[in-house]
Design a binder for this molecule. Structure first.
Ligand SMILES: C[S@@+](CC[C@H](N)C(=O)[O-])C[C@H]1O[C@@H](n2cnc3c(N)ncnc32)[C@H](O)[C@@H]1O
Length: 221
């Protein structure tokens, strides 16, 4: 059994909140049906894979797919309403280069086969601010080592957060890992070579509250 398969069998600490929200609208129900028929993730592609973890309502994912038709944009999300909204939006926008994994990113066993991901986007992951919940953070060192295992060399991990102490924790985690080079010069500068000029729902919420998010980019060397 490979290290990655062993990893997949470990009991995973829950990094997310709700799995379901309000009853699905008609469009969201169609979105879920489309997920099964058209957008369900499977790993058969010649294209480079960019993986967005925890895409929420999928607004950023759809834009990423529109602007990068030469890549396969894969999204992973546990929240059913988010999966449903994103799939409906992919359909409305006639997107052909996107697939959705409905579930915990750490259970994407197809990706375990080899280093498959060229780029990660992890935007405004749940911050778990209470001290007793901090072990749930998606960017814990054990989860980062999982992301690193499926990331190709020369690949990037692009991260955004509006929580200062999470940003510091992430910076510390990556600075302890020899295989990553810090690309961002200042977290407060959003480098449009890596990040889109569109705002995610949680990014907009943070800005409305007067917060100044951090944007971090690490390269696997
Ligand atoms: C705070 S929301 C941010 C959503 C979106 N990225 C944005 O910026 O608006 C974090 C999302 O990550 C998802 N999430 C958390 N842990 C996850 C995991 N292990 N696998 C997939 N999705 C996860 C949650 O369900 C939630 O929708």
């Amino acid at each position: 059994m490979s290290d990655l398969h062993k990893y997949a069998n470990l009991r995973l600490i829950k990094t997310f909140g709700r799995l379901k929200g309000r009853p699905l609208s008609k469009n969201q129900k169609l979105g879920l049906a489309l997920h099964k028929q058209k957008y369900n993730f499977f790993l058969e592609t010649e294209k480079k894979i960019w993986l967005e973890v925890g895409f929420g309502n999928g607004h950023h994912l759809v834009e990423l797919a529109k602007r990068n038709y030469d890549k396969l944009i894969v999204g992973s999300e546990v929240f059913e309403n988010g999966v449903a909204t994103a799939c409906f939006s992919l359909f409305q926008n006639k997107i052909q280069n996107a697939k959705i994994f409905h579930g915990d990113v750490r259970n994407m066993s197809n990706l375990f086969k080899r280093k498959t991901v060229d780029r990660f986007y992890i935007l405004f992951p749940d911050p778990w601010t209470k001290k007793r919940h901090k072990s749930r953070r998606l960017l814990s060192s054990s989860n980062v080592s999982y992301f690193s295992k499926i990331l190709k060399s020369e690949g990037y991990i692009c991260i955004a957060t509006d929580v200062e102490d999470y940003c510091i924790e992430i910076e510390n985690t990556f600075s302890n890992l020899d295989q990553f080079e810090r690309i961002h010069v200042s977290p407060k500068y959003k480098n449009l070579n890596f990040f889109l000029d569109v705002k995610t729902k949680y990014e907009q919420k943070a800005i409305n509250k007067g917060l100044s998010p951090s944007y971090l980019v690490y390269k696997k060397v």
